[in-house]
Design a protein around this ligand. Structure first.
Ligand code: ATP
Ligand code: MG
Length: 568
C-alpha cells in the first residue's frame, strides 16, 4: 500500500515504535543482551541515497535509544568496484545526517586475515571445498526454484587438496574466476543460498586499503555475519532481500568459532515514487551523464538532497514518519516534500525574488527617489526580526502576475486593476507596453502614497492580490534552477530507466532578479522566496553570479484539488 503525504498507509504504530524496537526491548528485558550493538554496513561502491538514510536512522537510532552503540562498517570486499571517493562521501553523509560512530569505524577488510583463517577452519572441518568449475558451470549446476542443483565434480575433494589449492589461491597462483571456495551444505536445499554458496573468489585486483596483499576476496555472505560477530553486533538489521540469506548467516555463525552470536533481522526497504533507489542505476545516471554528478540536486543521494537545500532534520523526520515494517511499501515523494516544508516553514528566512521579470515603471513616483521599507524576515519566527528593502520608481514583478486579458478569478495585474506590492504600496496598472512582436515588455503603473507599507488606505479600499517584487536599482541578477521529478512515472522501470527520465527535470531560468539580502545570507540555509518556494544558493555558484536551486515548491493546492477531483 502507498503511504501518502499525510502518512495514511504507514504502519499503524506510534511514531518511533516498530517491531525491531520491540525485539530489542524484549532481548534487553529478558537479559539476552546487556547492551545493543548495531552497524550500518554500506558497500563503498557509490554514494548513499535516501533509502540508506532509513537504515542509518534505524541502526544509529535504536543504538542511541537503548544506550548501545552503532558502528559504521564498510563492506569493502569487492575491490573492482570500490573507491576512496565513496569511502569519504559515505562518512561525510552519515555525519551530515546527524549520526556519529565514535571509535567504531570499521572495514570488512580489517578482518581479512581472520576471515581467511575461518575459511581454512571450514575446509579442515569438511565444510568447505575448492571448486574448479567456472562461474558459468556453477550457475548452470545450481538448479532452479523447482529443481535441485547438481553436485560439482570437485565436491568430494579431500581436505588436503582443498587446503592446498586454497592456499595457492591466496598466493595468487591462479587466474580470476578459475576456482572458488564453496561451503559444503546441500545442493538439494529448497533455499538456493544453501546450495554450496561461494565463500571466496579469485580477484587479482588491488584493494583501496589492503593493496596487493590479497588475490582472493570473501563473498558478502561470508564476510558479513562474521564481521558482525567480531564487532559484537547483537542485532544485524538489514533489508528484506536478505531474509533468504539468513539460514546461511546462521549456518556460518554456528560452524565457526566466532566470538559472539549476532542475529539478523530484516525490514522493508524504502521505495519512493518517481525515484530509483538502486546504486546500480544511480551509478549509470552519473556515468552516462544523465545528471551532473552524484550530488546533482535531482539525485536522491544524500549529497544531492543536501545540495538541494534539504535539511538533514527533515530527512530524519520523514524516516520517522514512514516507520519500519516488514511489508514492502511505496512512499509518495510528496511526503518527503511535506517534511521539508515543515522544517523550512519554521526556519527559512523570507526573501523576495522575481524569477521571470517584467519591468514596472511607477509613473507618479518621483524620479531618483529611493526609500527603504520594512519587511518581515519570518512570520513564523518573531525572533527573526525585520530587514529593509529598497523601493523606487522602477521595479520588477513576476511576468505571470500580469495578464492582459485575464479569466475570471485572476486578481493580479491587468490594465485598470489595483494590487498590493508586499511591504510597499498599492499600485494600479495603467498600460502594458509592447514590443514590435506584440509581447508585453513593460507595465506603466501609478501608486497610492497613502498605502505605504502595503497598508489599507484611509478610504478602506481593498485589493485581492499581494505581489512580490524587487527594486530595479539594487536587484541582483541571478539564475534559478527549478528541480522537478527526475522520473516521469511513479514507479520507474529500473530495466529501462533512461526512457523514463523527465526531460524537464531541471528548468533553468537565467534572468532572475533577487533582493540583495537573498545573496547576503549563508550558503547552506535555504530561504523562502515569497510565493515561489524554498531556494538555496548553490554551493557551486561563483561570486557575482549566484545560482539558486529550488529545494521544494510551496504547497500546490491546485494540484491537490485536481488530484481530489480525479480520485472522487
Ligand atoms: P543497491 O542500491 O544496489 O541495492 P545497496 O543499497 O544494497 O545496493 P549497500 O551499500 O549494501 O548497498 O547498503 C547498505 C545498507 O543499506 C544495507 O544494509 C541495505 O540493506 C541498506 N539499504 C539499501 N537500500 C535501502 C533502502 N532503499 N531502504 C532501506 N535500507 C536500504
Ligand atoms: Mg547491498
Amino acid at each position: 500500500m502507498a503511504i501518502d503525504e499525510t502518512g495514511a498507509g504507514a504502519p499503524a504504530r506510534e511514531a518511533g515504535q516498530d517491531f525491531i524496537r520491540d525485539i530489542i526491548r524484549g532481548d534487553l528485558e529478558a537479559g539476552r543482551h546487556e547492551t545493543v550493538v548495531t552497524r550500518f554496513p554500506p558497500e563503498p561502491n557509490g554514494y548513499l541515497h535516501i533509502g540508506h538514510a532509513k537504515s542509518i536512522c534505524l541502526n544509529f537510532g535504536v543504538a542511541a535509544e537503548f544506550g548501545g552503540r552503532c558502528a559504521l562498517r564498510f563492506d569493502d570486499t569487492n575491490p573492482a568496484k570500490e573507491e576512496q571517493e565513496y569511502l569519504d562521501a559515505i562518512q561525510r553523509d552519515v555525519r551530515w545526517l546527524g549520526f556519529d560512530w565514535g571509535d567504531h569505524l570499521h572495514h570488512a577488510s580489517d578482518y581479512f586475515e581472520q576471515l581467511y583463517e575461518w575459511a581454512e577452519h571450514l575446509i579442515k572441518a569438511g565444510k568447505a571445498y575448492v571448486d574448479d568449475q567456472s562461474q558459468e558451470e556453477m550457475r548452470a549446476n545450481r538448479g532452479t526454484l523447482t529443481e535441485p542443483g547438481k553436485d560439482s565434480p570437485f565436491r568430494a575433494r579431500s581436505v588436503e587438496e582443498s587446503l592446498d589449492l586454497f592456499r595457492r589461491m591466496r598466493a595468487g597462483e591462479f587466474e580470476n574466476g578459475t576456482r572458488a571456495l564453496r561451503a559444503r551444505i546441500d545442493m538439494a536445499s529448497g533455499n538456493i543460498n544453501l546450495r554450496d554458496p561461494v565463500l571466496y573468489r579469485i580477484v587479482n585486483a588491488p584493494h583501496p586499503r589492503t593493496g596487493t596483499t590479497w588475490h582472493i576476496y570473501p563473498s558478502y555472505d561470508f564476510a558479513h555475519g562474521q564481521s558482525d560477530a567480531i564487532e559484537g553486533v547483537t542485532h544485524s538489521l538489514c533489508t528484506l532481500e536478505f531474509a533468504d540469506h539468513r539460514p546461511l548467516y546462521d549456518w556460518l555463525i554456528e560452524s565457526l568459532p566466532v566470538p559472539s552470536r549476532p542475529r539478523q533481522y530484516e525490514f522493508a526497504r524504502l521505495n519512493m515514487t518517481h525515484t530509483v533507489l538502486s546504486k546500480r542505476v544511480l551509478t549509470a545516471l552519473v556515468r552516462d551523464g544523465h545528471v551532473d554528478g552524484w550530488d546533482d540536486p535531482r539525485m536522491p543521494t544524500l549529497a544531492g538532497l543536501r545540495r538541494r537545500g534539504i535539511p538533514a532534520k527533515s530527512i530524519r523526520d520523514f524516516i520517522k514518519a514512514i516507520g519500519v515494517a516488514r511489508a514492502d511499501s511505496l512512499v509518495e515523494v510528496a511526503m518527503l516534500d511535506h517534511a521539508v516544508r515543515a522544517v523550512l516553514n519554521r526556519e527559512a528566512p523570507r526573501r523576495m525574488a522575481v524569477l521571470r521579470p517584467l519591468k514596472v515603471v511607477i509613473e507618479n513616483y518621483p524620479e531618483g527617489k529611493v526609500e527603504e521599507l520594512e519587511a518581515v524576515n519570518n512570520p513564523e519566527d518573531p525572533e527573526a526580526g525585520t530587514r529593509r528593502v529598497r523601493f523606487g520608481r522602477e521595479i520588477y514583478v513576476e511576468r505571470d502576475d500580469f495578464m492582459e486579458d485575464p479569466p475570471k478569478k485572476f486578481f493580479r495585474l491587468t490594465p485598470g486593476r489595483e494590487v498590493r506590492l508586499r511591504y510597499a504600496y498599492f499600485i494600479t496598472c495603467r498600460e502594458a507596453v509592447k514590443n514590435e512582436a506584440g509581447e508585453v515588455v513593460e507595465l506603466r503603473c501609478t501608486y497610492d502614497p497613502e498605502t505605504r507599507g502595503g497598508n489599507t488606505p484611509p478610504d478602506g479600499r481593498k485589493v485581492k492580490a499581494t505581489l512580490h517584487w524587487v527594486a530595479a536599482a539594487d536587484a541582483v541578477h541571478a539564475e534559478a534552477h527549478l528541480i522537478n521529478q527526475l522520473f516521469l512515472s511513479p514507479s520507474p522501470d529500473v530495466a529501462n530507466f533512461a526512457a523514463d527520465l523527465n526531460p524537464d527535470s531541471m528548468e533553468v531560468l537565467k534572468d532572475c532578479r533577487v533582493e540583495p539580502a537573498a545573496v547576503g545570507s549563508n550558503f547552506d540555509a535555504p530561504m523562502q522566496f515569497e510565493r515561489q518556494g524554498y531556494f538555496c544558493r548553490d554551493e557551486r555558484s561563483v561570486p557575482g553570479k549566484p545560482v539558486f536551486i529550488r529545494t521544494v515548491g510551496l504547497r500546490d493546492t491546485f494540484a491537490k484539488v485536481l488530484a481530489g477531483k480525479k480520485a472522487g
